[in-house]
Design a binder for this molecule. Structure first.
Ligand SMILES: Cc1cc2nc3c(=O)[nH]c(=O)nc-3n(C[C@H](O)[C@H](O)[C@H](O)COP(=O)(O)OP(=O)(O)OC[C@H]3O[C@@H](n4cnc5c(N)ncnc54)[C@H](O)[C@@H]3O)c2cc1C
Length: 456
């Protein structure tokens, strides 16, 4: 790895001892994770007198809010993943490594990897995000399709296309429920996925496969709680139910999934749904690596942080984004796991480290609420602010577009997203309806992901 050499300056009273004793290099800030939080931190350290090293197991930044659009063929992977190295072009103090983090030794201030030599740090930005939580559901790890990474989205897309092609060749598969999709989770991920997949079925597959009856291609949304979108107000919930019904999504609330097999979904009530596809959008937990850190964790495997986003007894460690439990200064509630929270908290960590390196005081984090929002389908979105203001329909879709454009990492990405969305809005086309096999059984369009195992 590249480490630039310069004389170290101990401007911060809390500067780690390792750096004070090592006059051969300037302070090193190691950023774990290239999501919204990690990238936000790296960018704010652009002018800092430090070596900034960002590590992610992927060599791209994933724009998670658009994953379901990728899974349903509306967007290509390059619209959802952006090369991390591209994002630090022109940032002379930054280095990117693609490596898998296996452990962090907080006492030794060292990060360990499966495929790279360990790295010591003076400041650590911990932004490893969240991962799927199957809550121990029988068969979920083997047969469910989660929706949290780009490989997840591509796997699902390829699997659905393969099911339709197979059903087109063999009508018995249709009778066996090959085209039914069960989506688990009545929160944003489940609702957005169900809406997008239903539009893919009714708008595109209805024309692609005219011999297959759409009545035998159901999209069923299952939620264990009594209502969809429990975090939203009643008017939003009613609107969502109508918008899903309009798109022919069947909603089952108060029903939990008991087990999943390759071709059947069994609910706790005993109902068995024939379905060869189950999309899991029901639960998140903080990255498993946090469990070995020896620090306080709160519900959902998240790291509790103080007002400056540092971890108790570790002023050199910032936890940001989905992995952090950040208490909002105004409402005193823990902020939700959202892109805008991740970006703002990452940026705050980067800015604060830069201030500390320059001998300035740290400031507490203040979250600027952009609202919680979701898109159910074309022209149908919902939005609610922390103060309870709500928006629905096209107005909310415009708000969604504005907020999400701001989250995209570059102006080039924003321009591309506007073109893609406008094109999709005008033509109803979902161009990503092809599977590209190579000799290695990989889907070329799938960012190098393995093709899914056959479910029958
Ligand atoms: C399907 C879906 C839809 C969403 N829709 C919205 C939305 O509409 N609006 C909104 O505001 N938010 C939305 N969110 C939430 C939002 O995307 C997250 O809050 C945000 O991405 C969190 O950013 P982060 O940087 O904390 O973590 P992440 O974006 O998860 O980034 C973590 C990074 O760490 C890397 N990593 C993890 N483990 C390791 C390891 N061991 N070694 C190396 N690297 C590792 C990962 O590769 C990843 O790049 C959605 C999330 C999902 C899953």
């Amino acid at each position: 790895m590249t480490v630039r050499l310069s004389t170290v300056r101990t401007l911060d009273p809390e500067m780690p001892k390792s750096t004070e004793n090592d006059h051969s290099r300037r302070p090193r800030v190691v950023i774990l994770g290239g999501g919204f939080a990690g990238v936000g931190a790296a960018m704010k350290l652009k002018d800092a007198d430090a070596d900034v090293v960002l590590v992610d197991k992927h060599n791209y930044h994933t724009f998670q809010p658009l994953l379901y659009q990728c899974a349903s063929g509306l967007l290509e992977p390059i619209a959802v993943g952006h090369a991390l190295r591209d994002l630090v072009h022109g940032q002379d103090n930054a280095t990117i490594h693609q490596a898998t983090i296996t452990a962090v030794d907080l006492d030794a201030r060292e990060v360990r990897f499966s495929d790279m030599e360990p790295l010591t740090y003076d400041y650590l930005v911990f932004g490893l995000g969240a991962e799927v939580n199957f809550f121990g559901t029988d068969g979920a790890a083997e047969h469910a399709f989660p929706m949290y990474t780009l490989p997840d989205a591509m796997r699902l897309r390829t699997h659905i296309l393969e099911r339709w092609e197979a059903a087109d060749r063999d009508p018995e598969l249709v009778d066996d429920g090959a085209l039914n999709i069960v989506v688990v989770g009545g929160g944003a991920t489940g609702i957005e996925s169900a809406g997008a997949l239903a539009e893919l079925y009714r708008a595109n597959f209805a024309k692609d496969y005219p011999n297959v009856s759409q009545d035998q291609a159901r999209v069923i949304l299952v939620e264990a709680g009594p209502t969809l979108f429990p975090m939203f107000k009643e008017d939003i919930r009613e609107y969502t139910e109508k918008a899903l019904a309009k798109r022919t999504v069947e909603v089952m609330v108060g029903e939990a999934v008991a087990s999943i097999s390759p071709t059947r979904v069994t609910l706790k009530s005993g109902t068995v749904i024939p379905a060869h596809t189950l999309v899991w959008g029901a639960g998140l937990q903080g990255n498993q690596l946090v469990q070995a850190l020896g620090i306080e964790l709160v519900r959902g495997n998240r790291i509790a942080v103080g007002p400056e986003l540092t971890v108790q007894d570790h002023p050199e460690m910032y936890a940001v984004g989905d992995i952090a439990a950040i208490t909002d200064a105004k409402t005193k509630t823990v902020l939700p796991q959202l892109g805008s929270v991740a970006l703002q908290s990452g940026e705050h960590a980067g800015e604060t480290i830069a201030r500390r390196l320059a001998g300035k005081e740290a400031k507490p984090f203040k979250y600027h609420d952009k609202g919680t929002m979701a898109t159910i389908g074309r022209g149908a979105a919902v939005m609610q602010t922390m103060r309870g203001r709500t928006m629905k329909g096209r107005t909310a879709q415009v708000a969604w577009g504005t907020v999400h454009l701001a989250l995209l990492p570059t102006n080039e990405d924003r321009a591309k997203a506007v073109v893609d969305w406008a094109g999709a809005g005008l033509t109803h086309q979902r161009a990503g309806r092809i599977t590209v096999e190579t000799d290695e059984g990989r889907d070329m369009a799938g960012a190098g992901t393995k093709a899914p195992k056959a479910r029958r």
